[in-house]
Design a protein around this ligand. Structure first.
Ligand SMILES: Nc1ncnc2c1ncn2[C@@H]1O[C@H](COP(=O)(O)OP(=O)(O)OP(=O)(O)O)[C@@H](O)[C@H]1O
Length: 246
């Protein structure tokens, strides 16, 4: 088993009818660090993450997660990973505690009640546990999605815009919590985000996508140096506008 990489993707394609959303994508994400998956709207980030989770079947290509083939060992692997997105809804009529309990049972977690209470405290959900999911604000739903994603203490966490719709104060405390979680557990994170300040703070490695393909990779510092820019936002705009490195 490869110790260095938690995600190994080779020659990945996804067609929706005639439309190619992901085209010959190959990428690596290293163990124990945060890798940012960046790209403009429609670049293929969510489609890629859905294939990494086995929610979408690739048209072609290979995906290895934690050293194992995703298509062959999906059920085993899903116990070791998790996913957070503010765009995926949970059952509206269940309370937050009920929702988290259902997910906890899916993972057959021991000491589920104390795990839910611990996460509720860390993510400021304690006063919301008995409220129905459908009654929550957008930011509160995002925090529930984060709690759901951490229930099984995943070794690999896939995050699609994890702090979208969070106020700056809450977003900052969530980032700190994720950083602490990573230090404590050695977890690896794949982070799709449009927030370049967030990426600069959290990501060790960056993968830039455009039109379903990887167009550049590197650390934030390497990319800034390559494009002669002072921050990732400017690098992002250069790449989105097809500018070549300086
Ligand atoms: N189920 C689908 N059927 C047809 N086309 C799809 C489907 N899902 C995604 N697409 C298309 O695939 C492309 C990639 O979409 P995707 O959601 O992966 O982009 P993204 O990088 O996550 O974008 P954003 O930053 O806007 O969330 C888009 O052009 C989108 O319209």
């Amino acid at each position: 088993m490869s110790q260095e990489f938690v995600i190994e993707v080779d020659g990945l394609y996804k067609y929706f009818d005639q439309f190619c959303a992901v085209e010959n994508l190959s990428l690596r994400a290293r163990r124990g660090v945060t890798t940012a998956l960046l790209g403009g709207n429609g670049a293929g980030k969510t489609t890629t993450i859905a294939m990494l989770l086995g929610l979408l079947t690739p048209t072609q290509g290979h995906i290895r997660i934690l050293g194992e083939d995703m298509l062959q060992h999906r059920h085993r692997l899903l116990h070791r990973m998790n996913f957070s997105s503010p765009y995926v809804d949970l059952p509206q009529r269940l309370t937050i505690r009920e929702n988290l309990t259902v997910y906890g049972h899916l993972y057959r977690l021991p000491r589920l009640k104390s795990r839910i209470d611990e996460l509720a405290g860390a993510l400021h959900l304690d006063t919301l546990l008995n409220k129905r999911y459908g009654q929550l604000s957008a930011g509160q739903k995002t925090r529930v999605s984060l709690a759901k994603s951490l229930l099984n203490e995943p070794e690999l966490l896939l995050m699609d815009e994890p702090t979208a719709s969070l106020d700056p104060d809450t977003a900052d405390s969530i980032r700190s919590y994720l950083e602490q979680y990573q230090r404590d557990t050695g977890a690896s994170i794949l982070l799709a985000s449009h927030n370049m300040a967030e990426v600069e703070r959290m990501a060790t490695d960056v993968i830039m996508m455009r039109k379903g393909q990887v167009v550049d990779t590197g650390t934030p510092d390497e990319l800034q140096a390559r494009y002669g820019r002072n921050n990732l936002e400017e690098v992002f705009i250069d790449i989105a506008r097809h500018k070549e490195p300086a």
